[in-house]
Ligand binder design. Structure first.
Ligand code: BEZ
Length: 213
């Protein structure tokens, strides 16, 4: 069955461009992004992995480790990384899992046979430090993902965990957020949101992003 939000991300050991990855141990106390690409030496994947490498500081700031996977073999990945670095003017700085036996692809249901029975679709799994799946994104092979959106989702998830807020439609970092409806105790609200809030409706309470000065 497909993985759902709230499930524990399955553990595995698999080879990668940075040596064997024991997934849960490798994650440690970090957040994780596990994302699949359909095939090495393909144009969209080349741009995605290059851009992800350029986000290294953004992920590090948020305590996020990034791990790519495809069903291609390790020697193919290693050769392809050279092309990514050359064409995208970067250095791939995260491991790419080699998954020719489809161990990881099958565990995470990344092969959608009615789309293609050999290659993975473009999946993204957002995994929290307790190893829970917190969000997923699935795109077809022909549509490159928006990795700025991946960072934005991480920001939203971390704000929810740390400050009991949700993020509204098209929210961008720095904009107002919403106090989660489950938070009702006025004393706790006063303590958590010293800048106050505006109750547009009893269930729609807007407050400045709480982790900013
Ligand atoms: C790509 O990465 O460019 C790609 C891969 C599979 C199908 C279409 C595009």
């Amino acid at each position: 069955m497909a993985l759902r939000i709230g499930d524990i991300a399955p553990d595995f050991t698999q080879e990668s461009t940075a040596g064997p990855v024991h997934f849960h141990e490798w994650l440690g106390d970090s957040w994780g992004i596990l994302f699949s690409h359909p095939k090495d030496f393909t144009p969209v994947c080349t741009t995605e992995l290059g851009y992800t490498a350029k986000l290294k500081e953004q992920f590090a700031k948020r305590n996020v480790k990034v791990l790519a996977v495809s069903v291609d073999a390790l020697d193919s990945h290693t050769k392809w990384v050279g092309d990514i670095n050359e064409t995208q003017k970067t250095t791939v700085n995260f491991p790419i899992l080699a998954d020719p036996d489809r161990k990881v692809s099958d565990l995470y249901d990344m092969i959608h046979p009615n789309a293609n029975d050999t290659f993975t679709v473009r999946s993204v799994f957002f995994i929290d430090p307790k190893k829970k799946v917190r969000a997923t994104i699935t795109y077809p092979a022909s549509t490159g993902r928006n990795f700025d959106e991946v960072v934005r989702v991480i920001d939203s998830l971390q704000l929810t965990d740390n400050y009991s807020v949700a993020t509204p439609v098209n929210w961008k970092y720095g904009e107002d957020v919403i106090i989660v409806p489950s938070l009702q105790d006025p004393e706790v609200i006063k303590q958590k949101f010293p800048k106050g809030y505006t109750a547009v409706k009893p269930y729609l309470r807007i407050t400045p992003q709480p982790n900013l000065p």
